[in-house]
Design a protein around this ligand. Structure first.
Ligand code: FES
Length: 131
């Protein structure tokens, strides 16, 4: 089926099978490999992307469900001026660990800070529980 996705501010016209997940299309059709497949069933958060600024598991979304939304992947956070402050904070505080799930953590943190600019530790832990 024909599909139009807006990802990181760019419009992409694609032809994909209707059963393909957003995660697959991002990685395999658009080459955006920052979102990763861990569990594949919505439990680990490694595949987190932002849909209209809300963190969602792209392994659970069909690509077609992301039409008419703004999809943001980890590749879309940095600007020509530099890294997003949350990306820089992860570097500054050695928060990468093995880095497999880091893009999802960063995107979830970005979404949290957009909703709550001064979250307390309890709010942070609760918000990042899906990662
Ligand atoms: S791959 Fe684990 S939540 Fe999507």
């Amino acid at each position: 089926m024909d599909l139009t996705l807006r990802v990181n501010g760019q419009i992409h016209s694609l032809n994909v099978s209707p059963e393909r997940t957003l995660l697959d299309v991002l990685r395999e059709e658009l080459g955006l490999v920052g979102a990763r497949e861990g569990c594949g069933v919505g439990m680990c958060g490694a595949c987190t992307v932002l849909i209209n600024d809300q963190p969602l598991s792209s392994c659970l979304l069909l690509a077609v469900q992301a039409q008419e939304t703004e999809v943001t992947t980890i590749e879309g956070l940095a600007s020509p001026e530099g890294l997003h402050p949350v990306q820089q904070a992860f570097i500054d505080h050695a928060a990468f660990q093995c880095a497999y799930c880091t893009p999802g953590f960063i995107l979830a943190a970005v979404a949290l800070l957009k909703q709550q600019p001064q979250p307390d530790e309890e709010a942070i832990r609760a918000y990042l529980a899906g990662n």
